[in-house]
Design a protein around this ligand. Structure first.
Ligand code: RIB
Ligand code: CA
Length: 322
């Protein structure tokens, strides 16, 4: 009989909604290499690149991760809720949005079911258990909240990499990329009252992932680690050309890390609104940290992370043989 001391908790069922994207790809690999999680599906949203590109990239990364051939993959929104042009592709991810690393084309076919329907189905199949990890613009998640409220309420929580709570933005001085791509969607989700943990630039851009670690991964005998390292080197080169610093920011992997090791981060609960009209500040988060408004404080915001926690998780779990 297994003693209580050795009993391992059941893995947390998760869905990752993403826009691969180098850091999305690394986040997916981390999730699949973590026994604490059970990836139930992957859905895609346009962001770092168009919906066809990010969905093909997600399929290729699922192959790299050794995901079951029948793992559900569903494409979602091709643009923001309010319509109009997408925000242009984010060049830091390279021409193919995977750091210009060419992965074998996957034979996986996205489900006919749209992303929102797949997420809703899984949320209702796992009431109170499913964690939705949102790594791109929140368009799919906003549609879930408005079109499938019962399913949204059945989620255990939403963990989102996005926004800049008290830090500078990265696409404008005021706004972070995911929020800037669809501020209306971000407002719907962040003011929904659902249990949300937000992992903003305040944490994800605090320390850079050093080039030396990317190079170590790239030289790994483990194909997934080697591909992750190559993608990270590609993003590091683009970042270095832009800033001079030989690092990259693995933003989305920090969101997965926050599910694996929430105790390694400091959190503050606050009310969060999103500026949708500002000429200079569209996409900015407005965080009521001092209780100046009657907005309900329902979002747990990660403000800092223990030094090295992301590097430890990525290096130990990606390099380990499958
Ligand atoms: O601002 C960083 C976020 O925007 C990350 O999710 C990255 O993949 C891009 O989507
Ligand atoms: Ca992303």
């Amino acid at each position: 009989m297994t003693s209580r001391a050795t009993a391992r908790p059941d893995p947390i069922p998760v869905v990752l909604d993403c826009d691969p994207g180098v850091d999305d790809a690394v986040a997916l690999l981390l999730a699949f290499r973590s026994a604490e999680l059970r990836v139930r599906a992957v859905t895609t949203v346009a962001g770092n690149a168009g919906i066809e590109v990010v969905t093909a990239n997600a399929a290729a990364v699922l192959d790299l991760a050794g995901a079951p051939p029948d793992l559900p993959l569903a494409a979602g929104a091709a643009g923001p809720l309010r319509g109009g042009e997408r925000v242009p592709d984010e060049p830091i991810h390279g021409g193919n949005a995977l750091g210009d690393v060419t992965l074998p084309v996957s034979a996986r076919l996205p489900a006919a079911q749209p992303a929102v329907e797949l997420i809703a189905q899984l949320a209702l199949e796992h009431p109170g258990e499913l964690v939705l990890i949102a790594l791109g613009p929140l368009t799919n998640v906003a549609r879930l909240v408005t079109e499938q409220p019962a399913a949204a309420a059945a989620l255990r929580e939403i963990v989102h990499m996005g926004g800049a709570a008290f830090a500078q933005g990265n696409i404008t001085p005021a706004a972070e990329f995911n929020t800037f791509c669809d501020p209306e969607a971000a407002r719907i989700v962040l003011t929904s009252g659902l249990p949300i943990r937000l992992v903003p630039l305040d944490v994800t851009r605090r320390t850079g992932f050093p080039r030396a670690l990317s190079a170590r991964l790239a030289s790994s005998a483990n194909p997934a680690a080697a591909a992750a390292g190559a993608m990270l080197l590609g993003m590091t080169a683009a970042h270095q050309a832009r800033t001079g610093a030989a690092v990259c920011h693995v933003h989305d992997a920090s969101a997965v890390a926050s599910v694996l090791a929430p105790e390694a981060m400091t959190w503050q609960r606050a009310a969060v609104e999103v500026e949708c009209a500002g000429e200079l500040s569209r996409g900015a988060l407005v965080v009521d940290a001092l209780g100046r408004t009657d907005w309900p404080a329902t979002v747990d915001i990660a403000l800092s992370a223990r030094e090295g926690v992301l590097e430890e998780l990525l290096m130990s779990r990606l390099e380990r043989r499958p």
